[in-house]
Design a protein around this ligand. Structure first.
Ligand SMILES: [Zn+2]
Length: 292
Protein backbone atom coordinates (compact mmCIF):
# COMPACT_ATOMS: atom_id res chain seq x y z
CA UNK A 1 0.00 0.00 0.00
CA UNK A 2 1.37 3.33 -1.05
CA UNK A 3 0.20 4.99 2.14
CA UNK A 4 2.57 2.92 4.29
CA UNK A 5 5.11 2.26 1.58
CA UNK A 6 8.16 4.42 1.24
CA UNK A 7 9.12 6.67 4.07
CA UNK A 8 11.82 9.28 4.03
CA UNK A 9 14.86 8.32 6.12
CA UNK A 10 15.46 9.85 9.54
CA UNK A 11 16.46 13.48 9.14
CA UNK A 12 19.01 13.09 11.92
CA UNK A 13 20.80 9.75 11.40
CA UNK A 14 19.60 8.75 7.92
CA UNK A 15 18.30 5.43 9.25
CA UNK A 16 14.96 3.80 8.49
CA UNK A 17 11.88 5.26 10.13
CA UNK A 18 9.40 2.67 11.41
CA UNK A 19 5.97 2.90 12.94
CA UNK A 20 2.65 4.34 11.82
CA UNK A 21 2.98 7.74 13.43
CA UNK A 22 6.67 8.65 13.35
CA UNK A 23 7.94 11.72 15.13
CA UNK A 24 8.55 14.81 13.06
CA UNK A 25 10.73 17.84 13.48
CA UNK A 26 10.24 20.70 11.01
CA UNK A 27 7.91 18.30 9.15
CA UNK A 28 10.74 15.81 8.60
CA UNK A 29 10.73 12.30 9.97
CA UNK A 30 12.90 11.38 12.93
CA UNK A 31 13.47 7.74 13.87
CA UNK A 32 12.65 6.23 17.23
CA UNK A 33 16.30 5.83 18.18
CA UNK A 34 17.02 9.50 17.72
CA UNK A 35 13.76 10.74 19.23
CA UNK A 36 14.09 8.27 22.09
CA UNK A 37 16.86 10.32 23.66
CA UNK A 38 14.58 13.34 24.09
CA UNK A 39 14.05 14.61 27.61
CA UNK A 40 12.86 18.17 27.09
CA UNK A 41 10.01 20.34 28.35
CA UNK A 42 6.98 20.03 26.03
CA UNK A 43 7.12 23.64 24.84
CA UNK A 44 10.80 23.29 23.89
CA UNK A 45 10.40 20.03 21.92
CA UNK A 46 7.34 21.46 20.16
CA UNK A 47 9.35 24.39 18.79
CA UNK A 48 12.70 22.73 18.17
CA UNK A 49 14.44 22.98 14.77
CA UNK A 50 16.48 20.18 13.19
CA UNK A 51 19.67 22.12 13.81
CA UNK A 52 18.81 22.60 17.48
CA UNK A 53 17.80 18.96 17.76
CA UNK A 54 21.23 17.89 16.52
CA UNK A 55 22.85 20.19 19.07
CA UNK A 56 20.55 18.73 21.72
CA UNK A 57 21.60 15.19 20.84
CA UNK A 58 25.23 16.18 21.30
CA UNK A 59 24.27 17.62 24.69
CA UNK A 60 22.53 14.34 25.62
CA UNK A 61 25.61 12.29 24.67
CA UNK A 62 27.74 14.55 26.82
CA UNK A 63 25.22 14.46 29.65
CA UNK A 64 25.11 10.63 29.59
CA UNK A 65 28.79 10.60 30.56
CA UNK A 66 27.70 11.66 34.06
CA UNK A 67 26.04 8.24 34.44
CA UNK A 68 29.38 6.57 35.03
CA UNK A 69 30.03 8.51 38.23
CA UNK A 70 26.43 8.75 39.44
CA UNK A 71 25.98 6.78 42.65
CA UNK A 72 22.57 7.32 44.18
CA UNK A 73 22.66 8.23 47.84
CA UNK A 74 18.91 8.98 48.04
CA UNK A 75 16.03 7.51 46.07
CA UNK A 76 12.69 9.27 46.49
CA UNK A 77 9.82 7.13 45.27
CA UNK A 78 6.91 9.38 44.28
CA UNK A 79 4.39 6.57 44.00
CA UNK A 80 3.02 3.92 41.72
CA UNK A 81 2.59 5.85 38.49
CA UNK A 82 5.17 8.51 39.14
CA UNK A 83 8.86 8.70 38.68
CA UNK A 84 11.57 8.24 41.23
CA UNK A 85 13.99 11.06 41.95
CA UNK A 86 17.55 9.92 42.58
CA UNK A 87 20.10 12.16 44.23
CA UNK A 88 23.85 11.68 44.49
CA UNK A 89 24.97 13.95 47.31
CA UNK A 90 28.65 13.02 46.90
CA UNK A 91 28.89 14.13 43.27
CA UNK A 92 26.10 16.74 43.63
CA UNK A 93 23.89 15.26 40.89
CA UNK A 94 20.22 14.37 40.52
CA UNK A 95 17.99 12.72 37.94
CA UNK A 96 14.23 12.33 37.60
CA UNK A 97 14.65 8.68 36.58
CA UNK A 98 16.16 5.92 38.69
CA UNK A 99 17.68 4.27 35.59
CA UNK A 100 19.32 7.59 34.66
CA UNK A 101 17.65 7.50 31.24
CA UNK A 102 16.66 11.15 31.63
CA UNK A 103 18.79 14.26 31.86
CA UNK A 104 21.24 14.28 34.75
CA UNK A 105 21.26 17.67 36.45
CA UNK A 106 24.03 19.11 38.57
CA UNK A 107 23.42 20.63 41.97
CA UNK A 108 25.06 23.85 40.86
CA UNK A 109 22.33 24.20 38.17
CA UNK A 110 19.70 24.61 40.91
CA UNK A 111 18.66 28.21 41.48
CA UNK A 112 15.92 27.41 44.01
CA UNK A 113 13.34 24.74 44.73
CA UNK A 114 9.96 24.45 46.36
CA UNK A 115 7.93 21.58 47.74
CA UNK A 116 4.29 22.47 48.25
CA UNK A 117 1.08 20.90 49.50
CA UNK A 118 -1.08 21.94 46.58
CA UNK A 119 -0.07 25.63 46.46
CA UNK A 120 1.04 25.91 50.11
CA UNK A 121 4.77 26.02 50.67
CA UNK A 122 6.20 23.23 52.80
CA UNK A 123 9.92 23.48 52.00
CA UNK A 124 11.75 26.20 50.16
CA UNK A 125 15.42 25.95 49.19
CA UNK A 126 17.41 29.03 48.25
CA UNK A 127 21.06 30.06 48.26
CA UNK A 128 20.70 31.22 51.87
CA UNK A 129 19.47 27.81 53.01
CA UNK A 130 16.48 25.58 53.44
CA UNK A 131 13.32 26.81 55.12
CA UNK A 132 10.39 24.71 56.27
CA UNK A 133 6.88 26.02 56.75
CA UNK A 134 4.15 24.77 59.06
CA UNK A 135 1.53 22.63 57.40
CA UNK A 136 -2.16 22.93 58.20
CA UNK A 137 -2.89 19.34 57.18
CA UNK A 138 -2.89 17.87 60.70
CA UNK A 139 -5.11 20.67 61.97
CA UNK A 140 -7.44 20.13 59.06
CA UNK A 141 -7.64 16.39 59.72
CA UNK A 142 -8.31 16.88 63.42
CA UNK A 143 -11.10 19.31 62.61
CA UNK A 144 -12.76 16.47 60.71
CA UNK A 145 -12.92 14.29 63.84
CA UNK A 146 -16.55 15.01 64.76
CA UNK A 147 -17.72 14.43 61.20
CA UNK A 148 -15.81 11.17 60.92
CA UNK A 149 -17.00 9.94 64.30
CA UNK A 150 -20.54 10.63 63.13
CA UNK A 151 -19.94 8.68 59.93
CA UNK A 152 -18.44 5.73 61.75
CA UNK A 153 -21.33 5.71 64.21
CA UNK A 154 -23.78 5.82 61.34
CA UNK A 155 -21.96 2.91 59.71
CA UNK A 156 -22.03 0.91 62.93
CA UNK A 157 -25.76 1.52 63.32
CA UNK A 158 -26.32 0.33 59.77
CA UNK A 159 -24.27 -2.78 60.41
CA UNK A 160 -26.31 -3.51 63.53
CA UNK A 161 -29.52 -2.84 61.64
CA UNK A 162 -28.63 -5.20 58.83
CA UNK A 163 -27.45 -7.83 61.35
CA UNK A 164 -30.96 -7.72 62.78
CA UNK A 165 -32.48 -7.90 59.33
CA UNK A 166 -33.82 -4.36 59.47
CA UNK A 167 -34.15 -3.04 55.97
CA UNK A 168 -33.50 0.49 54.91
CA UNK A 169 -36.85 1.88 56.00
CA UNK A 170 -36.85 5.34 57.56
CA UNK A 171 -33.39 5.91 56.22
CA UNK A 172 -34.13 8.50 53.60
CA UNK A 173 -31.63 10.87 55.25
CA UNK A 174 -28.75 8.39 55.03
CA UNK A 175 -26.94 10.09 52.17
CA UNK A 176 -23.26 9.30 52.70
CA UNK A 177 -21.11 12.17 53.87
CA UNK A 178 -18.29 13.22 51.64
CA UNK A 179 -15.07 13.76 53.60
CA UNK A 180 -13.11 16.69 52.15
CA UNK A 181 -9.45 15.80 51.71
CA UNK A 182 -6.95 18.34 53.08
CA UNK A 183 -4.94 18.49 49.86
CA UNK A 184 -4.51 16.64 46.58
CA UNK A 185 -0.77 16.42 46.05
CA UNK A 186 2.74 17.43 46.92
CA UNK A 187 4.13 19.62 44.15
CA UNK A 188 7.86 19.61 43.60
CA UNK A 189 9.34 22.47 41.58
CA UNK A 190 13.05 22.72 40.93
CA UNK A 191 14.14 25.93 39.23
CA UNK A 192 17.35 25.51 37.27
CA UNK A 193 19.79 27.55 35.29
CA UNK A 194 20.12 25.24 32.30
CA UNK A 195 20.21 25.54 28.49
CA UNK A 196 17.02 23.46 28.06
CA UNK A 197 15.17 23.58 31.35
CA UNK A 198 13.73 26.35 33.50
CA UNK A 199 11.64 24.36 35.96
CA UNK A 200 11.58 20.63 36.61
CA UNK A 201 8.34 19.49 38.16
CA UNK A 202 7.09 16.32 39.81
CA UNK A 203 4.10 15.37 41.91
CA UNK A 204 3.24 12.91 44.61
CA UNK A 205 -0.36 12.15 45.52
CA UNK A 206 -1.55 13.05 48.99
CA UNK A 207 -2.90 10.24 51.15
CA UNK A 208 -6.57 9.48 50.54
CA UNK A 209 -9.44 9.17 52.98
CA UNK A 210 -11.53 6.05 52.61
CA UNK A 211 -15.07 7.39 52.62
CA UNK A 212 -16.55 4.03 53.59
CA UNK A 213 -14.40 3.64 56.64
CA UNK A 214 -12.49 6.87 57.32
CA UNK A 215 -9.58 6.41 59.69
CA UNK A 216 -7.82 9.56 60.90
CA UNK A 217 -4.92 7.73 62.50
CA UNK A 218 -4.27 5.87 59.27
CA UNK A 219 -4.39 9.16 57.34
CA UNK A 220 -2.00 10.84 59.77
CA UNK A 221 0.37 7.88 59.62
CA UNK A 222 0.44 7.95 55.81
CA UNK A 223 0.70 11.72 55.76
CA UNK A 224 3.64 11.71 58.18
CA UNK A 225 5.39 9.11 56.05
CA UNK A 226 4.93 11.27 52.92
CA UNK A 227 5.96 14.47 54.68
CA UNK A 228 9.13 12.73 55.92
CA UNK A 229 9.90 11.66 52.38
CA UNK A 230 9.48 15.27 51.19
CA UNK A 231 11.75 16.41 54.02
CA UNK A 232 14.35 13.86 52.90
CA UNK A 233 14.11 15.18 49.33
CA UNK A 234 14.35 18.80 50.51
CA UNK A 235 17.46 18.04 52.57
CA UNK A 236 19.10 16.11 49.72
CA UNK A 237 18.39 18.88 47.19
CA UNK A 238 19.64 21.54 49.60
CA UNK A 239 22.80 19.53 50.15
CA UNK A 240 23.64 19.32 46.44
CA UNK A 241 22.41 22.81 45.54
CA UNK A 242 23.62 24.97 48.41
CA UNK A 243 26.37 23.09 50.25
CA UNK A 244 27.70 26.32 51.76
CA UNK A 245 24.36 26.94 53.47
CA UNK A 246 24.35 23.54 55.19
CA UNK A 247 25.49 24.87 58.56
CA UNK A 248 22.52 27.20 58.71
CA UNK A 249 19.38 25.97 60.40
CA UNK A 250 17.95 23.63 57.82
CA UNK A 251 14.67 21.77 57.75
CA UNK A 252 13.45 21.30 61.26
CA UNK A 253 12.86 17.90 62.71
CA UNK A 254 9.16 18.72 62.94
CA UNK A 255 8.21 15.68 60.92
CA UNK A 256 10.20 13.27 63.08
CA UNK A 257 8.88 14.90 66.26
CA UNK A 258 5.44 14.26 64.89
CA UNK A 259 6.28 10.61 64.26
CA UNK A 260 6.98 10.38 68.00
CA UNK A 261 3.67 12.11 68.67
CA UNK A 262 1.86 9.52 66.55
CA UNK A 263 3.54 6.74 68.56
CA UNK A 264 2.45 8.44 71.78
CA UNK A 265 -1.10 8.76 70.48
CA UNK A 266 -1.11 5.05 69.66
CA UNK A 267 -0.12 4.28 73.25
CA UNK A 268 -2.92 6.49 74.59
CA UNK A 269 -5.33 4.88 72.14
CA UNK A 270 -4.46 1.49 73.67
CA UNK A 271 -5.15 2.90 77.13
CA UNK A 272 -8.48 4.19 75.85
CA UNK A 273 -9.33 0.85 74.19
CA UNK A 274 -8.55 -0.91 77.46
CA UNK A 275 -10.89 1.46 79.31
CA UNK A 276 -8.10 2.96 81.41
CA UNK A 277 -8.77 6.50 80.14
CA UNK A 278 -11.96 8.06 78.77
CA UNK A 279 -12.51 9.19 75.19
CA UNK A 280 -12.40 12.83 76.28
CA UNK A 281 -9.07 12.27 78.02
CA UNK A 282 -7.74 10.50 74.95
CA UNK A 283 -8.88 13.30 72.61
CA UNK A 284 -7.39 15.95 74.89
CA UNK A 285 -4.06 14.12 74.92
CA UNK A 286 -4.19 13.68 71.14
CA UNK A 287 -4.74 17.42 70.60
CA UNK A 288 -1.96 18.25 73.01
CA UNK A 289 0.50 15.90 71.27
CA UNK A 290 -0.35 17.22 67.84
CA UNK A 291 -0.09 20.78 69.08
CA UNK A 292 -3.53 21.84 67.90
ZN1 LIG B 1 17.54 8.63 13.50
Amino acid sequence: MALFGKKDPCAICGGAVKGLLPHKIEKQLVCRNCYGTVDLPDDVIGEITLKDFKAYMAFRDQNALLKSRFTATHTIDLGLFSSKIVVDTNNRLFCMDKDLEKTIFEGKDIVSFAIKEDSFMLFEGRANGLKSFPSSVRECIMSLTPQINRMNMHQNLQNIASAFGVEKENRTNSTPLEIPEPFAKFNIEIHVNHPYWRTITAQMSAPGINNDRPDLNEYLREYTESALLMEKLANALAEIAFPAAQNQPSASTIASAQTDAIGEIRRYKELFDQGIITEDEFNAKKRQLLGI
